[in-house]
Design a protein around this ligand. Structure first.
Ligand SMILES: [Zn+2]
Ligand SMILES: [Zn+2]
Length: 277
């Protein structure tokens, strides 16, 4: 059974997340634990965490994924920034465990000098807080490769998985894949890209898909999301993705825009209309 959902708002409180997901026709979703553009991080209380866990066990909204905020950089060259970043991810783990959430999705970070040193620093930073991981699986999200961002190639994702001392997996964002140069815009190119991922990282490590079309061209490194089928991955690409025998078993979260062209309901309906039964 398909697991299709969106990134949903926590503005009305954590317990409202389930209704927000259902309202747009989703059966899984992704959330932030606090404002993603702020370092202010109020931990979810144990009481609200318990209520959330109870609701999560009953509702058919699964899985729920926490996405880290935009500010942390686990490969920062500044000690102050690095400490702040590690502390923030530590708090994400605490929140996930309180809420009974099994996946924390993070962007690896950015590093200006040697990429391999940057990747090792990400894992070292994470290993320093491993006692907080408990029941959570950390997911490294692939990036578009813009600037000095880490994690845009399968080889880099492999290094991260191998250097981190606890349970980890990978999120593949379709927009980031395409922007970083992996073609997925038709069935043949998708299967080549997945074969390459399997050979390099191991397909069993793929735990989540971020389903976004791409404003930028193949290899452009531009991280701008478009509605499903309206970008450069296009209808052929998403039809191949949604009907792929392996991918259809992986939860898919859309982080698509909401604007005059479409909202979330239109995107999920469009996606569902492409499913071949
Ligand atoms: Zn994403
Ligand atoms: Zn993105």
């Amino acid at each position: 059974m398909y697991r299709l959902g969106f990134h949903v708002s926590i503005a009305q409180g954590f317990l409202k997340v389930f209704d927000n997901a259902k309202f747009v026709g989703a059966n899984c979703c992704q959330i932030f634990t606090h404002s993603p553009r702020s370092w202010t991080f109020n931990l979810i209380s144990e009481d609200v965490g318990k209520l959330f866990r109870e609701k999560y066990s009953k509702e058919d909204i699964k899985p729920i994924i926490v996405h880290d905020s935009y500010l942390p950089n686990l490969a920062s060259e500044s000690k102050e920034m690095l400490d702040k970043s590690i502390d923030s991810i530590k708090k994400e783990f605490i929140c996930c465990n309180r809420m009974g959430i099994e996946y924390l999705n993070i962007h690896p970070g950015s590093y200006k000098k040697n990429k391999n040193d940057g990747l090792k620093l990400v894992s070292k930073s994470l290993n320093s807080i491993k006692e907080y991981v408990e029941n959570v699986t950390l997911l490294f999200e692939n990036t578009s490769g813009w600037g000095s961002s880490l994690g845009s190639s399968f080889e880099e994702l492999k290094v991260l998985l191998e250097s981190t001392d606890f349970k980890c997996g990978v999120t593949l964002d379709t927009c980031h894949l395409f922007a970083s140069g992996y073609n997925i815009s038709n069935e043949e190119s998708l299967s080549q890209t997945l074969n390459l991922f399997d050979k390099t990282v191991g397909i069993e490590n793929l735990k989540l898909i971020h389903l976004n079309d791409s404003v930028g061209m193949l290899g452009s490194k531009v991280d701008r999301h478009e509605h499903i089928g309206l970008g450069n991955i296009g209808i052929n690409g998403f039809s191949a993705i949604i009907n792929n025998e392996y991918l259809k078993k992986i939860p898919m979260i859309m982080e698509t825009p909401v604007n005059e062209k479409r909202g979330d309901k239109e995107n999920i309906n469009f996606l569902k209309s492409m499913i071949k039964t």
